[in-house]
Design a binder for this molecule. Sequence first.
Ligand SMILES: [Zn+2]
Length: 90
Amino acid sequence: MMKNKKPLLFSPGAWICGILDHRFEVSQNITEHIKEYKCTRCGVEMTDTAQGFMARLTPKFKETNEFLANFYRRRCSRLKYEKEALSKAS
Ligand SMILES: [Zn+2]
């Protein structure tokens, strides 16, 4: 029985990715160690995780990354501010 026939999800490059591998490029820097990647052929999105492996960029990971990026930016600007304050004080 052929029920729930799935629509074709593949873009033209996808089958090449299936054979060769994805061709990822960094689409976004989240933190120094965590980046988001996008395959230039099929558009699949991956992300580094805090555990150090790559995972499919799910909405859940996207949410986590947004949070991390915010946190990271804040930390960076605070460090910069502290550095400036120190250099002024000396
Ligand atoms: Zn791909």
